[in-house]
Ligand binder design. Structure first.
Ligand SMILES: [Zn+2]
Length: 69
């Protein structure tokens, strides 16, 4: 199975085309890499998904209802 399809890689910061062989990959430059680092440090990438146990029990209730008489 030949893999000849070229995947376009872009800098996640400035969307400039990058190469996997670049020293700063996946960023186009050291500058963009530092910007990304700053984003992580400032919490811009923090994913807020509260885990609620109650949600699981609600779903269980729905299943029980379908199973019932
Ligand atoms: Zn860039």
């Amino acid at each position: 199975m030949p893999r000849t399809r070229a995947i376009k890689l872009r800098c996640p910061i400035c969307k400039k085309a990058t190469k996997a062989t670049d020293a700063d990959f996946p960023f186009c430059s050291d500058r963009c890499r530092l910007i990304d680092l700053g984003k992580w440090a400032s919490g811009a990438y923090v994913i807020s998904s509260p885990v609620d146990d109650a949600d699981e029990s609600v779903r269980q209730d729905i299943l029980d209802d379908e199973d019932g008489d």
